[in-house]
Design a binder for this molecule. Structure first.
Ligand SMILES: *Cc1c(COP(=O)(O)O)cnc(C)c1O
Length: 442
C-alpha cells in the first residue's frame, strides 16, 4: 500500500502532492487546504495494543508517511514530538477529560507544533533548503511554535505579538530566549500583526525568501493531533470491556483539533458522535443546526477562551471537503457557550468533581458535554479535551472559583529565564527590513 497523497480543497483537476510538499507549502497554490486522497484504515492492534503514546504514534503514522520518511527517521520524529504524558482523567458519570496540556507550553498546540517542526526540519535537510516561519500570535500558537521550532536546523522563527495586549504569563511564554527564534512586540493590535504577516507573504521584495507559516491550515499539525484521540480511545475501551463506541467533545476555534479527531475516526476509532464546543464565536454550531450557510462567517468576538476566538474557522473548508454537508451535520453536534456559562461550569465541575480546575477553553467543552447529554439523552461515555493548563488563565479561574489555580513548574521557571524581545513598528517596511537582515546573516 502506498501512502496518501494530498489535493487542494479547491482543485477539481485531481493534481496532488506528497506529504512533504503539503507540509512545506502549508496552503495549496490555489489558496485551498490540503486533504488526503485516501485515509489509511488501521488494524485495531496498531493503536489498541501500543504500550506508549510514541509507539502508538509511530504505528498509526507509518501508513501515512512511509513514502516520505524512513522508519528510523519517523521513529525519531514521533518519539521527540510525543515526549510528554497525555492522561485520561475520569470525572464521573462517564465523563472523561483528556489532558493535553502537559507539554512545554501547556496547551495541546505543543503536539502539532513539535511534530511539524521536526518533520519540516527533516524535509528541509533532505532538500538542502532553509525556511523562515512567520507567525502572528495572541495566544497559545505562538509559544507552542516558538518552543517547538527552537533549535531546529534550517528553520528561523519570527514571532509577532501585539505589544501590551497579551497577559503577563503569555508574554513571558512568547519572549523566552530560544535559539533561532526572534520575538517582536508590535506597536499595534493582533489584527495589525496579522496584516504585517499577510503583507510579507505577498511582498515582491521578499519573494526570493522562503517564508512559511505554522497555523492549523498545515496538514503537518493535524496528522499528529489525531494520535491523542486514538490514545484516549485505547484507554477508554480498556476500562470498559464491551464498550463499542463513545462520544468525543472538542473545544473549538479554527476547527483544526476537531479535524484531527475526524481523521482518527476515519482511521477506525469508534466515535459515535462529536460535540463541537464553541464560545460566542458561533458560526459552526449555527451551520450544524442549518441556521447558517457554509462560509457565512462573522467578525471575531473576544471572549475569556481567547484561543477559540475565531470568527472564520479556516479548517471548516477542510472538514466540509472530508465529510460533506450531510455527514458533518449528522455526526457532529455543536453548541455555543457564553463566558458566563463557561465560568459557571468551571465552578460546578470544581464543586462536583473533587476540585477539578478547568481552563476557560476546557470549561466551554464541559458545558457542551452537559448540554449535549441533556438535550439528546445520549449518555454514552464521552471524552472531552482539556486544551490548556488552568494556570495559564489565573484571572478567569479566580473569577469563577475565588481560588488561585495551582501554578505549573513550566510557568514558574519562565520568570527566571532569559528573555529576548524587540519592538517593531506596525509597518510592512519594518518587517521587511527584519526579514532581509535575517536572510543576510545566514
Ligand atoms: C487553539 C486552541 C483551541 C482551539 O483549537 P482549534 O484547533 O483552533 O479549533 C482551543 N483551546 C486552546 C487552549 C487552544 O490553544
Amino acid at each position: 500500500m502506498s501512502a496518501p497523497r494530498y489535493r487542494s480543497t479547491r482543485d477539481d483537476q485531481n493534481t496532488n502532492v506528497n506529504f512533504q510538499e503539503a507540509l512545506l507549502r502549508g496552503l495549496a497554490p490555489d489558496g485551498g487546504l490540503y486533504v488526503p486522497d485516501t485515509i489509511p484504515k488501521l488494524e485495531p492492534n496498531t493503536w489498541q495494543r501500543a504500550s506508549s503514546l510514541a509507539e502508538l504514534g509511530l504505528n498509526a503514522l507509518t501508513p501515512w508517511l512511509e513514502d516520505d520518511f524512513d522508519q528510523t527517521t519517523l521513529r525519531t520524529i514521533t518519539w521527540d514530538a510525543l515526549s510528554f504524558p497525555i492522561p485520561l482523567i475520569e470525572l464521573g458519570d462517564g465523563v472523561y477529560v483528556l489532558e493535553l496540556f502537559h507539554g512545554p507550553t501547556l496547551s495541546f498546540k505543543d503536539v502539532g507544533a513539535r511534530f511539524m517542526a521536526r518533520a519540516m526540519s527533516t524535509a528541509l535537510a533532505d532538500r538542502g533548503e532553509r525556511l523562515t516561519i512567520l507567525v502572528a500570535t495572541s495566544g497559545d500558537t505562538g509559544s507552542a511554535v516558538a518552543d517547538g521550532f527552537a533549535g531546529q536546523d534550517a528553520i528561523d522563527v519570527v514571532l509577532l505579538y501585539p505589544k501590551g495586549k497579551v497577559s503577563p504569563v503569555q508574554e513571558r511564554q512568547l519572549i523566552a530566549a530560544r535559539p533561532g527564534v526572534r520575538a517582536f512586540a508590535v506597536e499595534g493590535d493582533f489584527d495589525d500583526c496579522q496584516r504585517l504577516v499577510k503583507a510579507a507573504f505577498v511582498d515582491k521584495a521578499l519573494a526570493h525568501l522562503p517564508l512559511s507559516s505554522a497555523n492549523s491550515i498545515n496538514i503537518g499539525r493535524l496528522l499528529p493531533q489525531s494520535l491523542y484521540y486514538l490514545w484516549a480511545g485505547k484507554h477508554l475501551l480498556e476500562q470498559h470491556p464491551g464498550l463499542t463506541e463513545f462520544n468525543v467533545c472538542v473545544p473549538s476555534g479554527n476547527l483544526g483539533n476537531l479535524t484531527g479527531g475526524v481523521l482518527a475516526a476515519k482511521m477506525g476509532l469508534p466515535v459515535k458522535r462529536f460535540v463541537a464546543a464553541h464560545n460566542a464565536n458561533d458560526f459552526f454550531p449555527r451551520y450544524l443546526r442549518g441556521e447558517a450557510e457554509p462560509y457565512s462567517f462573522s467578525p471575531t468576538t473576544p471572549t475569556l477562551s481567547n484561543a477559540m476566538d475565531v470568527g472564520a474557522p479556516s479548517n471548516f473548508e477542510r472538514l466540509h471537503a472530508l465529510l460533506g454537508d450531510e455527514r458533518l451535520k449528522t455526526w457532529v453536534w455543536g453548541t455555543s457557550v457564553t463566558d458566563e456559562d463557561a465560568l459557571k461550569r468551571m465552578k460546578r465541575s470544581y464543586d462536583a468533581h473533587g476540585c477539578y480546575v478547568a481552563c476557560p477553553h476546557t470549561a466551554v467543552g464541559l458545558e457542551a458535554v452537559a448540554r449535549y447529554r441533556h438535550e439528546t439523552g445520549d449518555d454514552t461515555p464521552i471524552i472531552t479535551l482539556a486544551t490548556a493548563h488552568p494556570a495559564k488563565f489565573p484571572e478567569a479561574v479566580e473569577r469563577a472559583l475565588s481560588v488561585t489555580p495551582p501554578t505549573a513548574p513550566a510557568l514558574e521557571r519562565l520568570w527566571h529565564e532569559d528573555t529576548n524581545v524587540e519592538t517593531l513598528e506596525s509597518k510592512p517596511e519594518a518587517l521587511r527590513e527584519v526579514l532581509l537582515q535575517l536572510a543576510k546573516v545566514r
